[in-house]
Design a protein. Structure first.
Length: 261
């Protein structure tokens, strides 16, 4: 059996927007670019299906506010990829994933309290960017044989090897505390070293991050690379609160050329 194009669809709580949908595309996907995605809703595994999101170009993660399931109505969701006039749907999933409705609402309320705490007690408004792990390979800097990135400062893929290099931005609130200062080599390969700071960032898990993702401080435009992600609170494998260990990117880092729109 061939691997599905959309290999996973996850639904997690978001107190502001109801549900957060995220999905993965198979790394071996050879469907021609560009891709568009659409979240759809149906009352049975066989549909009929109704779009609850706009067509999303070049992204695999979107916050949407879909129709909510009533007590007498069971809803299913799926994600459809569109490319070259063809459609590639995911397998249907139920709205609360591994959670019951009550557990789902508990998760969302805990997130609401976390965001309220950040907004009222010195938190920071920011944004998160998800590093691309699939999609069109950058032909400017990747080795055609090995696929390895040869230029970590490539202006097209920003050293990720994929175009677009990041998905986002996804707005969020977080609280930050400095931990330590470390010394590392210049990003651009110049001689000498620079001092960078490690920080701990606490935020809700609606936008689940991983190593090499990027978070941005909206007030200062400073940007940070994620090094370690620790889930502080979860229910049935759904992350509610996550703690990130991040380091500040040097001003010469190509991540500062990332478009915020």
């Amino acid at each position: 059996m061939s691997e599905p194009i959309i290999s996973a669809v996850r639904i997690s709580p978001s107190y502001e927007l109801g549900f957060v949908f995220s999905w993965d595309v198979s790394p071996s996907c050879s469907i021609p670019w560009p891709w568009e995605f659409e979240v759809q809703c149906g009352e049975s595994l066989d549909g009929p299906w109704t779009a609850v999101s706009p067509r999303i170009s070049g992204t695999v993660f979107k916050l949407v506010n879909p129709i909510r399931a009533s007590k007498n109505n069971v809803l299913y969701f799926r994600v459809v990829m569109f490319s070259g006039g063809s459609e590639y749907p995911s397998s249907p999933v139920m709205p609360y994933g591994d959670l019951g409705r009550r557990e789902f609402l508990i998760c969302r309320d805990i997130m609401r309290r976390e965001v309220l705490h950040a907004r009222t007690l010195g938190g920071t408004k920011g944004a998160a960017f998800i590093v691309s792990t699939f999609g069109v390979k950058c032909t400017a800097c990747t080795d055609p044989i090995t696929g390895h990135v040869r230029d970590s400062a490539c202006p097209l893929c920003l050293g990720t090897g994929r175009i677009p290099p990041y998905r986002g931005p996804y707005e969020t609130w977080w609280s930050v505390s400095p931990t330590k200062t470390i010394e590392q080599f210049n990003h651009d390969g110049a001689s000498g070293t620079i001092d960078t700071k490690d920080f701990s960032i606490r935020m809700i898990g609606a936008v689940q991050l991983k190593k090499n993702d990027v978070v941005l401080d909206s007030s200062t435009d400073k940007r940070y690379y994620v090094d370690v992600v620790e889930v502080l609170s979860e229910i049935r494998r759904i992350p509610i609160v996550q703690m990130l260990t991040v380091h500040e990117a040097a001003l010469s880092d190509p991540i500062y050329s990332l478009d915020l729109k």
